[in-house]
Design a protein around this ligand. Structure first.
Ligand code: ASP
Ligand code: MG
Length: 457
């Protein structure tokens, strides 16, 4: 990014789908914005549930009745908000135009769907929510304008999982976005962008956190607030361990490990732009802003050995065995050459003298377990035996200086002595120790560890 950039020095606030689910929820977000005069840029998701409806339509719904049903649901969600505006007329036409657009794109998709058409369609959720959100702010006396982020958020044309073009985004933001933020509170869309030809693209499901971070980076924001439905980051998922406690402050490195290891609070890419420009990130609940939240920063006051426990299920573990590996060289290189050729991304890896175990990266956002494609298995089988195991979960203990501290591994593993640990990774990062367990015992592994490491005074 060029040195001539003008720093924004204001805050960017992002609101997720549940935060903008309806009129009441949006009004709560408006109050949060009003409470911080530094907030000049607002990034919004689609109203809760809308993207799912749009995805179904984009996949191609042949049954006209079902298509109408989905259209009715979309109309209802947005009309519920329109009906409570003091001046619905001011945005009604825009909403109806977008809904008409959805209906005709959905019909086209019922004949033939495509990734490009899907992005065009699913972007409509954010395009609608931002009209309504900006109007709610205006009716409360805020000088708010809606901005179409496709004029700034340039991406490549990988529809469904587009890559941001950072230089262009920065330049466009300097030109179009920063000046507007000097005068108004600007309300814009998360999740969506446009390629060089002006076609709508999306950053992938849940991508509006990432959008917000990219936008914050492009305006060199002083801070990024992510408002969601949980009051910050917890020591572990409170639905698993009810005594989990909120973490007031956490470093970028620890938070990145958590996001990577499945703490579903932030989209895993969110912290990358924030870290590049050292923009502090706040995570809080728009329903209970008074509860505070978590600050993620470069420098934090305390760096405890144990910070949090994360759980990621649907893991696929592949074990490759070959007697030829014994004292041989080049075996791993051949394995990775095959995996690389087929664009299979590896997550964890452990090796022994004659075998190597690895887990496959979750590359799509469907949430299902990644599969080892048959062609890849066949190629690997020319080299070694291949065993694939499913129904595994990854437990990650996140903390600080873990590779230099003595004695704690004993504490961790004796707590888990009754569990069958399938794979243990430790040593590569000072911030984590992780292992695989069978799905059926994963929650109790988290509960036991949390009790032992986080609930003792
Ligand atoms: N609305 C999009 C989704 O539901 C993006 C987001 O909310 O982050 O995936
Ligand atoms: Mg979301």
């Amino acid at each position: 990014m060029s040195a001539s950039n003008v720093a924004g020095s204001f805050n960017v606030a992002k609101f997720g789908g549940t935060s903008v689910a309806n009129f009441e929820a949006m009004s709560r977000c408006a109050a949060i914005i009003e409470n911080n005069p530094n907030t000049k840029l607002v990034v919004s998701s689609a109203c809760s549930g809308v993207t799912n409806l749009l995805v179904e339509l984009a996949n191609g719904v042949q049954d006209q009745g079902r298509r109408q049903e989905l259209m009715n649901q979309l109309t209802d969600i947005h009309h519920e908000i329109l009906d409570q505006l003091a001046e619905p007329m001011s945005v009604e036409k825009e909403i109806h135009t977008i809904l008409d657009n959805v209906a005709s794109a959905a019909e086209a998709a019922s004949f033939q769907s495509s990734a490009k058409l899907t992005d065009h369609l699913v972007a409509c959720g954010e395009l609608m929510s931002t009209h309504l959100f900006a109007q709610i702010l205006r009716e409360r006396g805020v000088s708010a304008v809606r901005f179409d982020i496709r004029d700034v958020l340039r991406t490549n044309d990988a529809y469904g999982k587009a890559e941001p073009q950072l230089e262009q985004i920065s330049q466009l933001a300097q030109e179009k976005l920063i000046p507007l933020c000097q005068e108004h509170v600007v309300v814009t869309q998360g999740f969506i962008g446009a390629d060089d030809e002006g076609n709508t693209t999306t950053l992938g499901r849940g991508g509006s956190d990432y959008s917000a971070a990219l936008i914050a980076e492009s305006v060199l924001a002083a801070g990024l607030e992510i408002w969601t439905d949980v009051p910050g980051i917890y020591t572990t998922d409170p639905r698993i361990a009810p005594k989990a406690s909120p973490i007031p402050e956490i470093s970028f490195s620890e938070a990145s490990e958590m996001a990577n290891f499945g703490a579903k609070i932030l989209h895993p890419s969110t912290l990358v732009p924030a870290l590049r420009h050292q923009i502090p990130v706040f995570v809080g609940s728009s329903k209970e802003p008074e509860k505070g939240g978590t600050w993620i920063r470069q420098q934090v006051e305390s760096s405890p050995l144990f910070r949090a426990l994360a759980l990621r299920c649907n893991q696929t573990m592949v074990t490759l065995r070959s007697a030829n590996m014994f004292h041989a060289y080049g075996f791993l290189a051949k394995v990775f050459e095959i995996l690389a050729k087929h664009k299979i991304s590896v997550d964890l890896i452990t090796t022994s003298e004659i075998s190597v175990s690895l887990t496959l990266d979750q590359t799509d956002t469907s949430g299902g377990a990644p599969e080892l494609p048959e062609v890849v298995r066949k190629e690997l089988e020319e080299l070694c035996t291949v065993e694939v195991e499913h129904n595994l979960c990854l437990v990650a203990l996140i903390g600080n200086n873990m590779s230099e501290s003595k004695g704690y591994a004993k504490q961790v593993f004796s707590t888990l002595e009754d569990f069958n640990l399938r794979m243990i990774c430790y040593g590569a990062s000072p911030h984590n120790l992780c292992f695989l367990v069978h799905e059926s015992v994963s929650r109790s592994a988290i509960q036991k560890l949390h009790q032992e490491l986080f609930e003792q005074e």
